[in-house]
Design a protein around this ligand. Structure first.
Ligand code: ATP
Ligand code: MG
Length: 202
């Protein structure tokens, strides 16, 4: 039996309950051993963008958000010095290091519809199975047909997660904070406090 490990990649600017619910449902529904939360690095020229968190702050928010969940872990695999790294490279590197592991890469519907434009979709599909969550109220048949299309085109395995639509995005939360609208309960309390302390997104 191969070890099965989930990967939740994202900018996490900030991490929110949508990301956490996706990770937990994937863990449970696919019998995964653990979920690695993997914040993507920013390239050097995007390191200090106005109204955004720094790499360090994004990592700290993820750390706080997942600390109480024993099957969630933080991965700094994409936090390298030159910043940006492509998903296929990260997955191939992980697979090379851990040939006994079966990786499950978790994405939302928006990423599913962008997937064709990602770098080396075929290599992503060879390195991991894809777990897809609906988003933005995309109709299920549209979702399924896109999964089928990509699965055939790239010889990949796409599976649907059973999760209700979660109306939340980091973009919405950044906007709310900038407008002094409360984001309480949309992020874990520890993240809420950190954002306040550090005055991020103001
Ligand atoms: P932003 O608004 O800045 O793009 P985001 O909320 O989309 O932030 P990301 O870090 O971009 O968060 O997302 C990481 C992954 O999680 C992506 O694959 C995205 O599709 C998925 N995701 C995030 N939020 C949701 C959600 N509410 N429902 C389903 N998938 C989600
Ligand atoms: Mg996004």
């Amino acid at each position: 039996m191969k070890r099965k490990i989930g990967i939740m990649g994202g900018t996490f600017d900030p991490i929110h309950i949508g990301h956490l619910i996706l990770g937990e449902k994937a863990y449970q529904q696919f019998g995964l051993e653990k979920i690695m939360f993997m914040p993507s690095g920013n390239p050097p020229h995007k390191q200090h963008r106005e109204g955004r968190a720094t790499d360090e702050q994004r990592v700290e928010m993820v750390r706080r958000a997942i600390e109480d969940n024993p099957h969630f872990a933080l991965s700094l695999e994409e936090m390298n010095a030159d910043g940006y790294s492509y998903t296929y490279r990260t997955l191939e590197r992980l697979k090379g290091q851990n040939p006994g592991v079966e990786y499950y890469f978790i994405i939302g519907a928006d990423s599913l519809f962008d997937f064709d434009g990602w770098k080396e979709p075929g290599r992503i599909c060879q390195a991991a199975k894809l777990l897809v969550a609906g988003r933005n109220h995309v109709e299920k048949p549209r979702l399924i047909s896109q999964m089928k299309y990509l699965g055939e085109k790239y010889n990949g395995e796409f599976f649907l997660l059973d999760i209700p639509n979660l109306d939340i995005s980091s973009k919405m939360l950044r906007k709310w904070i900038a407008e002094s609208e409360s984001i309480l309960y949309y992020v874990p309390d520890s993240v809420y406090t950190y954002i306040k302390e550090q005055k991020i997104y103001k």
